[in-house]
Structure formats: structure tokens, C-alpha cells
Design a protein around this ligand. Structure first.
Ligand code: ACM
Ligand code: ZN
Length: 432
């Protein structure tokens, strides 16, 4: 393969996915020769991994109030536990089985344990680890900005995280351990006397450097245990940290900066690798996060930025597709968003750059779609969506309609009487 890291990420925090589905995902990854499963186990809306020393993480943090009938970003906070019954978690025994199953398929499972933000599920269980000590509950939907985060001035926070990570490392042999690090709003750190004391004691310039201190400390703890810290590109803010791997998501800049500093990076830019984005016309697709990342765009992705020289390029160890599940409430929707785009990314990561050809890939995909049918995968056919381009001629007062699909030479049929086209409708050959 062209790249050693060929990843798929799955967010099981926003919507819990059952153990049986994780096995399916691992099988599907193996079919596509993907070898890294990035398991997003912690977020504001759910803590999904059993930690023996802190049972409240899953007793409380794994369960939220079901408001699935409301839009994700229109769900009020609540700390009423009486009907917090939506969610779930994986026991340590289940996780060991999953990790072993993955290994048999040449897949390493990399856990992500978020910090210092995206942890309101943990803080619902242990509010004393936040700056304010408030109990805001497990959010039933979107939270923005994310201000309720771990206190970086409190030693208890670090004891807690190290204890959690010790159990995590015992479950996951992966050298790479992802600690999140994204989207922490530092408002509470600015107001917290403990955080401000830490800034003073450590001679830090500001809250960005306090996050760096946080990440560096956790990185050193992981290094002592022969592991390497992976973080979202925000961990570059407040100063680059050696011996970390950057996951570049806000474009490729983070990956470029990491490589120029001699650190490894994994590319997962929103533009090409966020599979929670639409893959077809928004009006025809199920509700998604936003964006527009059709199959062809994924196939055209080039993970090595032109800004890097040959030595730096070697530090780009691969790329990954991210499946954030705010708008993927069930298995079928994850499959729909993942396939066939994962096939395109797999080829990007596997094949030599100059061996790639969109027409050839499109032709070979017909066989892949047949495999998906047989496997019962709920794949998307959006690459066949017809785009209608109108061209007006003001002299002749006529409009010419050109019909196109991303798939070359796909058969297009149409009607002009308002009926749904079918196999007997007129075949499109030239503009109408
Ligand atoms: C991210 O999408 N917040 C990494
Ligand atoms: Zn604090």
C-alpha cells in the first residue's frame, strides 16, 4: 500500500452503535484493506467505554434523554436523570473481543478518549472535574461553544485521566492513543482560580499554552507507557509538542505544520474526508451535517500536500474517513454515508498516485456495488444522480438542458411530462 495508515473513524458517542455493528464495520474495513479503526468512544453526548475504577462514567455518562424527534441543535440541556435511557456502552470484555476480532483482520483499533473538551458525559458523572463543579447533565443534542470542560488547574483531573488511560491501554495494544483535544472553549479556564494559578506556576502565557501544558503532560504519561499521543490539530495551538501525531481536520494546514516540525500526521480534512457531509444534492439526500463531498471528490483526494518536500512527505502516514454520528442515528445511515466513499478513499490510500483513474474506478465500481448488494450494505447510489445544467440562448429564446452524472457513460433516461422516468422513458443522448 502507498500509505501505512488507512483509517476509518466512527463516532459511537452521539449515537451508540451496538457491538454487532462494530464487527460488521471491521469486516467491511477488511474488504477495503483499511487497517486502522479510530473508535470515537467519548463525547459530550455519551461515554461509551466501561472504566472499572469510575463506574459512574457509564452508569451516568452513557445515557442521555432521548430527544431524537428534535433537530440535533435544538435540544435543551437537562440534568434530569429520570428518563435518561437512550445510549449504551461497551464492556471491557466486549472491547477485548472486538480488538481481537480486528487483529485477525489486520486492523488496529485506536481508541479516542476526548479531553479537555467534548467530555460533558464524564462531567455529568464527576462534576468536580470541571472548573465550575456544575452538573449540567449529559446533553441530549448539540452543545456550542463547549465551555464545560475539564479543569486544567485541578490535580484530580490528571489523576482521573491517567487512571482512565491506564485501563484504556490495558484494553488496546495500539501504539497510538487518541486524546481528542479539539474545540475546547477556554472561557471557564479564564475565570477559574485553579486554572489561573496553574498558568502562573508553570510560567504559561495564556490559556492556549495551558492546553499545550495539558496535552504535553498526557503525552509524557503515554510515552512512559510506550504509547504515542494522537490529537486533533488544535493541539498545535500554544506550541508544537514533539513525539505526537497530528490528525489534520481543519484543512491540511495542521498536517503540514506537523510534518514541517518533524512530527507525523494523518490527513482527514473536512473538505475530502468528512463523510458526515452530503454526497449528493442536499434536496435528495437524507439530513446530513452539511458540506458537499461526492464520491468523485473523495477519489480525487491527494493526501500529500504540495507544500512538503520528500522528507516531510514521509511523515504523512495516511488518511482517514470520519463518521460523526450527529445525523447518523442508526447502522443503516452509517452504511449509507460510508459506502461507496470508503472504496474511493481505500484506493487513494492503497494505489500509486499515477495509477488512479476515475473512469476506470467508476467502471470497476459496478462489481463493487454488486458485492455491497450481496452483503446487504445500505450503500449510496448518489454518484449516479443526474445534474441538470441549463443554457439559455436569448436570440432564439430557447433553453438547452444538459444532463450529466459523475459516473462516465451512465445511462440517463428522462421525461418532459412531469412523470418519474423509468426504464422505458426516453434515453438521453444529446442536450434537450
Ligand atoms: C472535529 O471534527 N471536531 C475533530
Ligand atoms: Zn479550572
Amino acid at each position: 500500500p502507498r500509505f501505512p495508515y488507512r483509517g476509518m473513524h466512527l463516532d459511537v458517542a452521539r449515537h451508540f452503535m451496538p457491538e454487532s455493528f462494530i464487527y460488521k464495520i471491521l469486516d467491511y474495513m477488511a474488504i477495503h484493506k483499511l487497517n486502522r479503526f479510530h473508535w470515537h468512544l467519548v463525547d459530550d453526548q455519551g461515554w461509551r467505554i466501561e472504566i472499572k475504577q469510575y463506574p459512574e462514567l457509564t452508569n451516568i455518562g452513557a445515557w442521555r434523554v432521548d430527544m431524537n424527534e428534535r433537530h440535533w441543535n435544538d435540544r435543551p440541556l437537562t440534568n434530569d436523570r429520570s428518563n435518561a435511557d437512550y445510549g449504551g456502552f461497551y464492556t471491557q470484555e466486549q472491547i477485548r473481543r472486538i480488538v481481537a476480532y480486528a487483529k485477525q483482520r489486520n486492523i488496529t483499533v485506536m481508541p479516542e478518549i476526548e479531553m479537555p473538551a467534548h467530555v460533558m458525559s464524564a462531567l455529568a458523572a464527576y462534576p468536580e472535574l470541571s472548573c465550575t463543579g456544575e452538573n449540567l447533565g449529559v446533553p441530549p443534542g448539540g452543545v456550542w461553544p463547549i465551555t464545560h470542560i475539564y479543569c486544567a488547574g485541578n490535580e484530580q483531573t490528571f489523576t482521573f485521566i491517567e487512571n482512565v488511560l491506564t485501563e484504556v491501554m490495558d484494553l488496546f495494544p495500539s501504539e497510538l492513543i487518541h486524546i481528542g483535544g479539539d474545540e475546547a472553549d477556554k472561557t471557564n479556564w479564564q475565570k477559574c482560580t485553579k486554572c489561573q494559578q496553574r498558568i502562573k506556576d508553570e510560567g504559561l502565557a495564556n490559556e492556549a499554552e495551558l492546553q499545550s501544558y495539558f496535552v504535553r503532560r498526557i503525552g509524557e504519561f503515554l510515552n512512559k507507557n510506550n504509547r504515542t499521543l494522537v490529537g486533533w490539530d488544535e493541539i498545535l495551538e500554544g506550541g508544537s509538542i514533539n513525539n505526537t501525531v497530528i490528525m489534520s481536520w481543519r484543512g491540511e494546514e495542521g498536517g503540514i505544520e506537523a510534518a514541517k516540525n518533524g512530527n507525523k500526521a494523518i490527513m482527514t480534512p473536512g473538505s475530502h474526508c468528512y463523510f458526515d457531509h452530503y454526497q449528493g444534492d442536499e434536496d435528495l439526500e437524507p439530513l446530513a451535517f452539511g458540506g458537499y463531498t461526492p464520491l468523485k471528490k473523495v477519489y480525487d483526494y491527494e493526501p500529500i500536500p504540495t507544500q512538503l518536500n520528500d522528507e516531510q512527505a514521509k511523515l504523512i502516514i495516511g488518511a482517514q474517513a470520519n463518521h460523526w454520528s450527529e445525523y447518523m442515528p442508526n447502522e443503516k445511515q452509517v452504511e449509507y454515508m460510508a459506502f461507496p466513499r470508503l472504496a474511493a478513499l481505500a484506493e487513494v490510500l492503497w494505489s500509486p498516485k499515477n495509477a488512479r483513474s476515475w473512469p476506470d474506478f467508476s467502471r470497476r465500481m459496478y462489481a463493487q456495488y454488486n458485492r455491497y448488494e450481496i452483503l446487504g450494505i445500505n450503500y449510496s447510489k448518489s454518484a449516479f444522480q443526474v445534474k441538470i445544467n441549463a443554457e439559455a440562448d436569448t436570440l432564439t429564446k430557447s433553453i438547452k438542458l444538459k444532463l450529466e452524472t459523475d459516473v462516465p457513460n451512465a445511462e440517463i433516461r428522462y421525461t418532459i411530462n412531469g412523470n418519474e422516468p423509468n426504464i422505458n422513458s426516453s434515453k438521453y443522448t444529446t442536450p434537450v
